[in-house]
Design a protein around this ligand. Structure first.
Ligand SMILES: Nc1ncnc2c1ncn2[C@@H]1O[C@H](COP(=O)(O)OP(=O)(O)OP(=O)(O)O)[C@@H](O)[C@H]1O
Length: 228
């Protein structure tokens, strides 16, 4: 599903590569944690998958897409196959919960009838029934992240990239958010979650990819956070 072969990423402004000769695969339907110290290359990996940057060398595949060879006109299709959630939620502050989710479908030209059908479904799926008309500033952090997840999955992406999705949440709320991601994964979406939260990694016992200095230093099938 996702395959990297000898991927190196050297930013022009940097003296050392952000990713060094990286090779690994993540299978369809996996839940994988990406761990490693700040600056080890986790966000760079996400940027390369989204084709927001080009690797200096090496090959990247995601589903049917040969990402580093993709033509510019095919990039929107790639990005529609990838949902993203972030630590800081990134909701549209002037839109309601339902409008935030609907907007993700409007921008890709989905018909209004589809939007009216699927938005309530996905909001119920993430546990936000009864909150459709709230504004983001009327939500808790956990609820904001549920909206962000709803928006990321409403178009049924192949892959969900979660970049420290629990970084701003207390431990109990973090667990609830990981439960939602787990359900999304069990529905068939491949989930990759970058995190510094050892409790979550240890509780889930899923694939653990550990980055250090742009290299893959550990790739465990049912891993733990480890001593790092
Ligand atoms: N646009 C850029 N230009 C130059 N160097 C960059 C750029 N983006 C990232 N880097 C460098 O690449 C390396 C990897 O950074 P990256 O953001 O991928 O790490 P990370 O593992 O996601 O860190 P964090 O856990 O803090 O999010 C770092 O040394 C960083 O300074």
């Amino acid at each position: 599903m996702i395959k990297l072969e000898n991927v190196t990423m050297q930013y022009k402004a940097s003296s050392r590569p952000a990713l060094k000769d990286l090779s690994f695969e993540i299978d369809k339907g996996e839940f994988a944690f990406l761990i490693g110290p700040s600056g080890s290359g986790k966000s760079t990996f996400f940027r390369l998958l989204l084709k927001e940057d080009r690797p200096t060398s090496g090959d990247i595949w995601l589903g049917e897409f040969h990402v580093n060879k993709l033509k510019a006109r095919e990039v929107p299709k790639l990005r529609q196959s990838i949902g993203c959630v972030f630590q800081d939620f990134r909701l549209l502050q002037k839109k309601t919960v339902a409008e935030n989710v609907a907007f993700a479908l409007e921008v890709i030209g989905r018909p209004r009838s589809t939007i009216q059908r699927v938005v309530p479904e996905v909001l119920e799926y993430v546990g936000l029934e009864g909150k459709h008309d709230r504004m983001p500033n009327e939500l808790s952090g956990g609820e904001m992240q549920r909206v962000a997840i709803a928006r990321a999955i409403v178009n049924r992406p192949l892959v969900l990239l979660a970049d420290e999705p629990t970084g701003n949440l207390d431990p109990e709320t973090s667990e609830e958010i990981v439960d939602v991601l787990d359900r999304v994964n069990r529905r068939g979406t491949t989930v990759i979650m970058a995190t510094h939260d050892r409790h979550i990694v240890d509780a889930m016992r899923r694939r653990v990819l550990e980055f250090d200095n742009g290299q893959l230093v550990r790739n465990d099938q049912q891993g733990v956070y480890g001593i790092g």
